[in-house]
Design a binder for this molecule. Structure first.
Ligand code: HMG
Length: 465
């Protein structure tokens, strides 16, 4: 049995901006890097990566997704009280990226139209947007209390600034020829956050895990991340596990989820969206959490019948032998029919868009939500778990309940848009990656573009119709 919160605040709609350019990882790229395409398609799970054109950066992508969100919801600027942005691809060390975004939106809606909207740039690697979302949700709840005073002009107060927009925007960039290179991507996701949302009402229980780590970071002035690749996978798994168990403790403790005999918490989550740096990582996270969840339940017997019992440290000569047996068991578990069934049903569908866009860092998890929406996989009343991870490192596990409004939301438009993108050559990709191509591969149209960076470093943007 599951409980839903009284006052619903959450995600009403999503708009995604992905660059029009992409590179296939399976053809020229794989040949040039001497990698078997099967490794990238199956071992990593990525077939295409989005590549930002010369006129694009984190600010233009954020403004484009925000504009799409506003236009499809007929939102007026004065209705938007907050534009909170999660990014680790900030374009300035001091000026908030949101001020550039508001500047761009005002080129469409008119000067000063957003002057009562506040904006903050959240940085916490890939988890930043989840913190932005949490903060906008708190703000909406606090506003509800303020409305309780019921002043004479209360009606017009309520219509001003009554929704928030949360934007994730990033360019995931690693060194050319590095193992990180095939986990790049770019894009922006804008979320409309409001009371009584159509899509997902956020649940009150949130699980947290934080620890100081050197898995992935980008010192000031560096264009590409410093990444300890395999170690970053381990940090992700440890943090996700920690956040999930923190969530479970709180959700069960407050009675938000109630377990019957033989059940576990993940049985009450119809879908689980894990942060998706590459689709295979979501599979590793699912394997780790399902295995721990199922171990004490009757169903574990079926797993053991198929792949045998778990290795126990005391059965091995040393730590090395035990770890090798444990690694082998992990692989067998992730191929077991029980796991494949749960993974295929609850987790894999959220990785669809990431496999053709790549890592968009702080927006990846919300691209996962868009994947479910696009495939019409969300049904009213279902509970969705979201596991957000940010290097450095921290994780948050939270959930939301799908709302009735989901039925009337349009589906499939983004998937169609992704099919219309243009594939570029390896040489154009290299030039764009290294910032050596000043002109755009495709002239911008119907989107925001970076026009120039002046001698002081101030960036000039415009809407190109
Ligand atoms: P790698 O060297 O490509 O790894 O690095 P690999 O050689 O172990 O291969 C990966 C998988 O491909 C393995 O699967 C291979 O067996 C398989 P597994 O053994 O684990 O099941 N494979 C094949 N499969 C089919 N056919 C074949 C074949 N050959 C091999 N022929 C790594 C991979 C992800 C480490 C690298 O790309 C990297 O460093 N990426 C960047 C860091 C990253 O994405 N880390 C993820 C966790 S941290 C995170 O998510 C945070 C982040 O989003 C940033 C933030 O928070 O801001 C990155």
């Amino acid at each position: 049995m599951t409980q839903t919160p009284k006052m619903a605040v959450g995600i009403d709609d999503i708009a995604v901006h992905v660059p029009k350019l992409f590179i296939s990882t399976l053809d020229e790229f794989a040949r040039a890097r001497g990698i078997e395409p099967a490794k990238l398609a199956r071992g990593i799970g990525v077939e295409r990566m989005a590549v930002p054109d010369a006129h694009e950066d984190a600010a233009t992508m954020a403004a484009s997704s925000a504009l799409e969100l506003m236009q499809k919801n007929d939102l007026l600027p004065e209705e938007v009280g907050r534009i909170y942005i999660g990014t680790e691809s900030g374009v300035d060390e001091a000026k908030a990226i949101g001020t550039y975004v508001i500047g761009m939106l005002e080129r469409v809606y008119g000067p000063g139209s957003f002057q009562e909207c506040s904006t903050v740039e959240f940085k916490s690697a890939c988890i930043a947007t989840t913190h932005a979302l949490e903060n906008v949700a708190y703000w909406l709840k606090a506003e509800e209390d303020e409305n309780d005073f019921g002043g004479s002009d209360c009606g017009s107060c309520q219509s001003r600034g009554h929704v928030g927009i949360v934007i994730a925007t990033d360019v995931a960039r690693y060194e050319l020829n590095s193992p990180g290179e095939y986990t790049q991507g770019a894009g922006s996701v804008a979320l409309l956050v409001k009371r009584d949302p159509r899509l997902l009402a956020l649940d009150p229980s949130v699980g947290i895990f934080t620890r100081d780590e050197n898995d992935f970071f980008r010192p000031i002035g560096m264009k590409c991340a410093v990444v300890n690749g395999k170690y970053s996978n381990l940090c992700y798994l440890a943090a996700m596990d920690g956040a999930f168990y923190s969530y479970k403790k709180r959700a069960l403790g407050r009675g938000m989820i109630r377990l019957d005999a033989g059940e576990c918490t993940t049985d009450h989550l119809s879908h689980i969206i894990f942060h998706i740096p590459y689709p295979r990582m979501a599979e590793y996270a699912a394997a780790s959490i399902f295995r721990r969840e199922w171990k004490d339940l009757p169903r574990w017997q079926e797993v053991e019948e198929e792949i045998g019992p778990e290795p126990r440290a005391e059965e091995y000569e040393g730590q090395k032998e035990y770890l090798s047996a444990e690694g082998d068991y992990k692989r067998r578990f992730s191929k077991s029919s029980k796991f494949l069934e749960a993974y295929g049903k609850k987790v894999k569908p959220s990785t669809l868009i990431s496999s053709s866009v790549g890592n968009i860092y702080t927006g990846s998890i919300y691209l996962g939500l868009a994947s479910l929406l696009e495939q019409s996989l969300l049904a009213p009343g279902e509970r969705v778990g979201l596991g957000s991870y940010g290097s450095g490192c921290s994780a948050t596990f939270f959930s939301g309940t799908v709302q009735a409004g989901v039925e009337s939301m349009p589906k499939g438009i983004l998937l169609k848009k992704l099919d219309e993108r243009v594939e570029i050559s390896l040489e154009d990709y290299r030039l764009l990656h290294e910032g050596e191509r000043p002109d755009s591969v495709i002239r911008p149209s119907g989107e925001f573009g970076l026009i120039e960076i002046d001698q002081d470093g101030y960036r000039r943007y415009d809407f190109v119709g």
